[in-house]
Design a protein around this ligand. Structure first.
Ligand code: PMV
Length: 344
């Protein structure tokens, strides 16, 4: 079955179509755990770098059909993936005071669900395209709050460069209003992030489920969350003074701490594979040789290595040299979301 024949016949309203492009971001101080699962309010603030690789492109157009249709990487979305997008569109419709259904066509240039932040670029692009198609006039902060409701980390992909996502204060509407991302400058730091892909398949445990289990069962969660508050404050200072070794050290300890919370959940969650550890060993060896390279890892086995632009080729060659199990892609600072079309 081709993807086109799978879509139901619908009549399209010309003009009510918008296309958005968003890039993934990698957190240097992680978001791990929600204090409100409905509003996607995080326990702690986080800080990320938006990348210039693996963009998601998403087109949303309003239709006269009875239901939303979603084409995801050329295949019709079904089940939980479809429900997640429909729920998000419901939120946009509620904001816009409209009931029209939408046709969503979305594609990731990078691997999906492999801990490479595809949900960040995905929901940032969907938020921007859907807001424009439904005629919502949102500034960056409001768009970031909207994207947050699809995937927490998506709030940060609205902006380019270094971005902080504020945990916000309080619950309910107060929490919702105060939990948004904003860019913090530091772009002239211009580091490289060597993405070491050791597995491109989808993770067995979703980050949503893993966060929940970690908060509920890991005795290490609270201590990590507390130290993350300090990490964020120190990271902001390190970015402000363009101090790459300090940024790297904080990022690495924060990420390993996050994995410690998962490993000690009950039952434990282990995203790290022997191949991830081999890359981590290579990073330690590079550092022992005087190369400032630092690792961070998300909810998957892939490792991202922060280094200077000048050292990126050496770092990538070293990791590529580990064997066939790993391939690298070097990223730099990337842009915020862009949108074309829409009803405005
Ligand atoms: O936004 P989610 O549900 O994809 O969670 C992202 C969690 C991490 O990638 C592990 C950390 C982060 O801050 O991006």
């Amino acid at each position: 079955m081709t993807s086109t024949s799978a879509a139901p016949a619908v009549s399209v309203r010309p003009g009510e179509r918008a296309v958005a492009v968003a890039h993934p971001n990698i957190a240097l101080v992680k978001y791990w755990g929600k204090r409100d699962e409905t509003l996607f309010l995080p326990v702690t603030g986080s800080l990320s770098m938006t990348l210039d690789v693996f963009p998601t492109t998403t087109a949303v157009r309003l239709i006269d059909g009875p239901a939303d249709t979603v084409l995801f990487n050329d295949r019709p979305a079904t089940g939980a993936a479809l429900t997640k997008i429909e729920k998000f569109l419901d939120l946009v419709r509620a904001h816009a005071g409209r009931t029209d259904r939408a046709e969503v066509v979305t594609a990731n240039a990078g691997p999906t669900g492999a801990g490479l932040a595809s949900s960040a670029s995905g929901f940032a692009a969907l938020a921007a395209a859907a807001a424009a198609a439904y005629g919502l006039d949102l500034d960056g902060r409001a768009l970031s709050r909207l994207a947050r409701r699809g995937s927490g980390s998506a709030s940060r992909s609205i902006f380019g460069g270094f971005v902080v996502w504020h945990a916000g204060e309080g619950d309910g509407a107060a929490g919702d209003l105060s939990s948004y991302a904003e860019p913090i400058g530091g772009g002239d730091l211009d580091p490289a992030l060597v993405v070491a892909v050791v597995a491109a398949g989808e993770k067995a445990v979703s980050s949503r489920e893993a966060m929940r289990r970690t908060i509920e069962t890991s005795p290490f969660y609270r201590p990590w969350a507390e130290s993350s508050v300090t990490d964020l404050a120190e990271m902001r200072k390190a970015v402000a003074r363009r101090d790459l070794p300090a940024i790297g050290e904080i990022a690495e300890r924060n990420a390993l701490g996050m994995h410690a919370t998962m490993l000690t959940a009950r039952p434990g969650i282990r995203y790290l594979s022997p191949h991830s550890l081999a890359v981590l060993d290579a990073v330690l060896a590079l550092r022992a040789d005087g190369v400032p390279a630092y690792a961070t890892i998300d909810a998957g086995p892939n490792v991202k290595v922060l280094c200077t632009r000048a050292d990126a080729a050496l770092v990538a060659d070293t990791i590529d040299g580990l064997g066939d199990f790993v391939t690298t892609r070097t990223a730099h600072i990337g842009p915020g979301v862009t949108v074309t079309g829409g009803t405005r």
